[in-house]
Ligand binder design. Structure first.
Ligand code: ZN
Length: 306
């Protein structure tokens, strides 16, 4: 039993309108869900993904205007990587330059062509040549044509406070295997579920803020797999949240010993469970337990302008 690469990455913005503009207009992802943080309903929770909200394509943001900037350091996700066709990298370099970011084109440690850049709040991102492995994503072609479109998340870089412990969680609990030395880990399903474990630089711990990542979620097939993973993780002495109903998927959270918040999330039921696939993300979506408070919640949210 193992997890199946990345399910989603959830990050933090203090500028939700600029964030929406960048991820949909510049990066070309689709806003597939416009919701609120279930634990803080004054904050938007926006979900960007491919055209149908496939698991593994989804980067989501909490809108926390007063949180302050992200402090990088141990116990945090340092970078999120997306797949694009290798032939599109030149196009992306021009597009990102035109959007005012400073993209750097080069090669990653495994010899793959890539572009490193940051979103307007300093969120560190990477576009990696998918080497012809397109995956299951269905590109959203409103802003970026299919030949260039992002085709999902490759993986993340973890800045671990205890790299040895993080490596053990990945290999002994989540089903990853070492792909290169002790810094690059891949899922059994191939080279595109990739986690890099970085050694700590200096002694400081990271603090999550705008431009940083809140947590990374790994895919599990269904609730049965989720509960089996819960047993395994708790059996290793790591406490978990227990199963949490996130409505679009079932989740389990735990903090790995290196300090990064991990989530496991089921593939279903998915984002079309409460909306027409044609109109995903156009209306504020609330899970049933928040629906009775809709008027109050909507009154507390600023308009997004779309
Ligand atoms: Zn999550």
């Amino acid at each position: 039993m193992s997890t199946h690469s990345i399910h989603h990455v959830t990050a933090v913005t203090a500028q939700i309108r600029a964030n929406l503009e960048f991820y949909t207009r510049v990066l070309g992802l689709r806003l597939v869900k416009r919701s609120v943080n279930q634990d803080d309903v004054s904050a938007y929770h926006l979900f960007y993904a491919d055209a149908v909200g496939s698991p593994g394509t989804d980067m989501t943001f909490f809108d926390w205007p007063t949180i302050g900037p992200n402090v990088p350091g141990a116990g945090s996700v340092a970078l999120t990587s997306f797949r694009v066709p290798g032939t599109a990298l030149g196009w992306w370099h021009d597009r990102l330059t035109g959007a005012g970011t400073s993209p750097e084109r080069g090669t990653d440690g495994q010899g793959r062509e890539r572009i490193l850049f940051a979103d307007p709040e300093g969120q560190r991102l990477e576009l990696v040549d998918d080497a012809g492995w397109t995956g299951e994503a269905v590109p959203w072609t409103e802003s970026v044509s299919a030949e260039h479109a992002i085709r999902g998340i490759v993986g993340v870089d973890l800045q671990s406070a205890r790299p040895d412990s993080t490596r053990r969680v990945l290999t002994e609990l989540l089903g990853y295997r070492a792909a290169e030395g002790d810094s690059v880990f891949e899922t059994a399903e191939g080279p595109y579920g990739r986690v890099r474990v970085l050694e700590p630089t200096g002694g400081n711990f990271g603090r999550v803020g705008a431009g940083g990542v809140h947590h990374v979620a790994f895919r599990v097939k269904d609730v049965e797999e989720l509960l089996a993973m819960q047993q395994r993780i708790e059996g290793a002495g790591i406490s978990t949240s227990g199963e949490v109903d996130r409505y679009y998927f079932q989740s389990l959270y735990f903090r790995e010993p290196g300090g990064v918040l991990f989530e496991l999330a089921t593939d279903g039921p998915g984002f079309a469970s409460d909306e027409d696939p044609e109109t995903l993300g156009q209306r504020l979506a609330l899970p049933p337990f928040l629906e009775p408070r809709r008027a109050h919640i909507e009154a507390g949210l600023k308009p997004l302008g779309v």
